[in-house]
Design a protein around this ligand. Structure first.
Ligand code: SAH
Length: 342
C-alpha cells in the first residue's frame, strides 16, 4: 500500500487518525507541532512519541521530504534557486529571495502547467500533475532548513497555476496558517492566478487574508487572448467582475501583474486602456520587465518599462516596477521549469 503524506492532513484529520489508532488526543498536537514547527523529516525524530505510535504512523504515512537535487546562487542578489525531486521522480523548482523586509520563497503548485501563456517557460513542457499540500509545505520547510534563512513570506508564483489545483492550495493555506503548527499569518502569503474566474469567486468565499495577484499582462481581449489562452475561456470583462467581487468580499486590494513586453503591451494606447479598466478600483499594478525565455522572442528594457510606469502613474494608478531577482540563474518570474539540463 502506498503511504499517504502526513503533512497534507489538517489538524482535525490528524486528530481523527490518532484517535483511531487508540491514542490520546493530545498526541495529535505534539505530532502536528513536530511536523509544522520543528519540521522533522522522519518519524524517528519525534522523541516524545512512543516507538509503537511512531511505527504505526510510519506504516501508513510518510513525511513528504522532497529531495534537493541542485542549488544555484545568484552572484548578483543572493537569490537561491532550488531544483527539487519529488517522491515519484518528477522535478520542480523554487526560489528563495532576499528583500529588505525579509526572505520570501516562491513555491510551485503543479508539475508543469497547462495554461499555455506564450511568454512563460513553465508551460513549455506541458502539465504532469498537481502537487499535494504536503509537497507545497515541504518546499517551504526543506528550503528553510537548507538555506538557514528564516522564511517570512511565501508567494505561490512558481511553476503551475494555483487555482487549477484549488483544493490542495487551500489545504496548504489552512495548514501553514494553523496556530497549532507554524501559524503563519496569511498576510504574508500571495497567491497568483492567470484568471480562472470561478475559482477566484470560490477563493473569495474563503476570506483568507492573502494577497491575490492577478496576471493581467494586456488590457484588451484580442491581445490578451493571443498571449494568454485562458482569456479565450474567461475574458477581461468576466475577470474584472470577479476581481471586484473578490475585493468586495474580502476587503483586500488586488495586485495586477503586468509583464511589460516591447511592442506587445507597452504603448500609450495600452496604458490608456489599462487605466480604463482599473480606474476607481482598489488595486495595485505591478510591472515586471518580461524575463527572457530562450524559446520566445519577448523583450523589455528598463527604459521602456519606466516610461510605461510613468504613463500609468500620471493617470493616478498605484504602480510599482518589480525588481528582477535571480535572472543570472534563470530564477526570475516565468523562468522556472520542470525539465532541466544538468
Ligand atoms: N500561474 C500563475 C502563477 C505562476 S507565474 C499566474 O499565471 O499568475 C507568476 C507570475 O510570473 C505571473 O504573473 C506570470 O504571468 C509571470 N510571468 C510568467 N512568465 C514571465 C516572464 N517571462 N517574464 C515576467 N513574468 C512572467
Amino acid at each position: 500500500m502506498e503511504r499517504k503524506d502526513i503533512l497534507s492532513l489538517s489538524f482535525e484529520e490528524l486528530s481523527g487518525v490518532i484517535e483511531e489508532m487508540g491514542e490520546k488526543k493530545f498526541r495529535a498536537k505534539q505530532i502536528f507541532s513536530w511536523l509544522h514547527c520543528k519540521k522533522v523529516s522522519d518519524f524517528s525524530q519525534m522523541t516524545d512519541i512512543s516507538l509503537s505510535l511512531r511505527t504505526k504512523l510510519g506504516e501508513k504515512y510518510c513525511i513528504n521530504s522532497l529531495k534537493i537535487v541542485r542549488r544555484l546562487e545568484s552572484k548578483r542578489d543572493n537569490t537561491l534557486k532550488y531544483l527539487c525531486e519529488l517522491e515519484d521522480g518528477n522535478h520542480i523548482e523554487c526560489v528563495l529571495m532576499e528583500y529588505h523586509h525579509g526572505n520570501s520563497i516562491c513555491i510551485s503548485t503543479q508539475v508543469g502547467c497547462k495554461m499555455g501563456c506564450t511568454f512563460c517557460a513553465s508551460t513549455i513542457a506541458g502539465y504532469r500533475r498537481d502537487l499535494t499540500a504536503g509537497e507545497m509545505l515541504s518546499q517551504v520547510y526543506r528550503i528553510e532548513d537548507n538555506s538557514h534563512r528564516h522564511i517570512d513570506s511565501i508567494v505561490l508564483m512558481g511553476i503551475g497555476e494555483p487555482l487549477d489545483n484549488f483544493d490542495n492550495t487551500c489545504r496548504f493555506l489552512d495548514n501553514i496558517s494553523d496556530a497549532r503548527g507554524r501559524g503563519m499569518s496569511l498576510r504574508h502569503v500571495s497567491v497568483s492566478t492567470c484568471g480562472i474566474v470561478p475559482r477566484i469567486r470560490e477563493l473569495a468565499e474563503k476570506k483568507y487574508g492573502i494577497t491575490l495577484s492577478v496576471s493581467l499582462h494586456c488590457p484588451d481581449n484580442e491581445g490578451r487572448s493571443r498571449i494568454m489562452p485562458v482569456n479565450r475561456r474567461y475574458d477581461i470583462d468576466e475577470l474584472m467582475k470577479a476581481c471586484r467581487e473578490y475585493t468586495d468580499a474580502t476587503g483586500r486590494r488586488i495586485s495586477f501583474e503586468y509583464a511589460v513586453m516591447n511592442g506587445v503591451n507597452d504603448s500609450r494606447e495600452d496604458a490608456k486602456k489599462l487605466y480604463g479598466l482599473l480606474k476607481g478600483f482598489m488595486c495595485h499594478v505591478n510591472l515586471i520587465p518580461v524575463n527572457e525565455v530562450k524559446e520566445t522572442e519577448y523583450k523589455a528594457d528598463r527604459h521602456s518599462v519606466e516610461v510605461f510606469a510613468k504613463m500609468l502613474s500620471d493617470y493616478g494608478l498605484n504602480v510599482t516596477v518589480r525588481r528582477t531577482l535571480g535572472a543570472d540563474i534563470d530564477a526570475a518570474c516565468g523562468q522556472l521549469r520542470r525539465e532541466y539540463e544538468i
